[in-house]
Design a protein around this ligand. Sequence first.
Ligand SMILES: Cc1ncc(COP(=O)(O)O)c(C=O)c1O
Length: 406
Amino acid sequence: MEKMEIKLMHDSFTEEELDAVMNCLRSGEYTQGRIVKEFEEAFARWNGSKYGVMVNSGSSANLIMVALLKEKYDFQDGDEIIVPSVTWPTTIYPLIQYNLKPVLCDVDESFNISLESIRRMLSPRTKAIFLVHLLGQPANMSEIIQLCKDKNIILIEDCCESLGSSYNKIKVGNFGIMGSFSFYFGHHMTTIEGGMVVTDDSEIYDLLKSIRSHGWVRGSSRVEKYKALYDNTDFIFDMMGYNLRSTNINAALGLIQLKKLDSSLLVRKKNHELFESILRNSKKVKLQKVNFGETTSFSFGLLCNSKEERDFVLKYLPKQGIECRPIVAGNLIRQPVFQKLKNKYINDICLYADAIHDNGLYLPNNQFIDEEKVKYMAEKVIELLNIYEKLNIVNSRGFKNDLLGK
Ligand SMILES: Cc1ncc(COP(=O)(O)O)c(C=O)c1O
């Protein structure tokens, strides 16, 4: 097969997006306004949620969700929040920033949080689960929802890698009281930088809007409460907040990208099935187990048999034109920042997360990847694993080989 170039992130903007941005710039309405509102409504509708609050990144979406937990639910310092140990660090930073105690649990073959680990780590101080749906794969929702009900625990969802994935036909972001999304470049859809929180609760919606914008009362329904107290409620602030707003320009991109989303997700899904069927037959690697609901395949995640084998594949796949990388940030406990924050969190023994950290990698999937490219990637992975096997045999006999001309 002729060499192909396959990147992890692919530019998906067309003339349509460029026109939308130019129209926005010509209109003079740049900052958060009418188009952001339109995008929030369209996105919430698409996701089957009542409300959307757009922010400038997925990390900001997580931050305002955690701020909301402290504001509305009166969580106390040191209250425990269950999280998986394999996720992006900004799922967890806001918890520490708000003096909550993240409880890092192990994951399982789906690369999502392990139920056994959650059960091991529950305590009387457990107040919430901050669930993450990793690489497009929804978590085991029915068990987790039941557990939250039984223990009276709040559920929030980080859906930044799983836009559009569903469980029992319900899209992620709708299982807890709110869910976050990222529109970073190269994700399922993009506004270059951007994020969203969805919720069905009007009070949460109202508070999230204020946390996003300086703690401002303006634009929230709380304004009514202050009318009796102030002649002018335009500049009333009743809580601490940030400026995490996006712009009409980013939202204009979002509106166009949203129109193309369903067809892009179909391509990702088809690619995922093909990739899985080739590699499953080869029996050479462990694939992310797609056991619950419908994946929207952020990428192709897999585990090699050892760290050495994984590092070998990571090193030589790019030489075949295929960009690849370790899985998300691995086991976060092993990241230097979490070593520094050691007294700020609790963790279970995270053996599967360690396996992902050492042996895991992921390959590109997006709407520009076709059957031929999927086959090329799968074949190259198998080819490299075969070479690695041969090299190992030679080495174990005591020969130094230079098959790769290192
Ligand atoms: C699980 C998860 N949460 C949060 C984020 C943060 O999103 P952003 O990069 O838009 O800040 C990411 C980033 O990809 C992510 O993978």
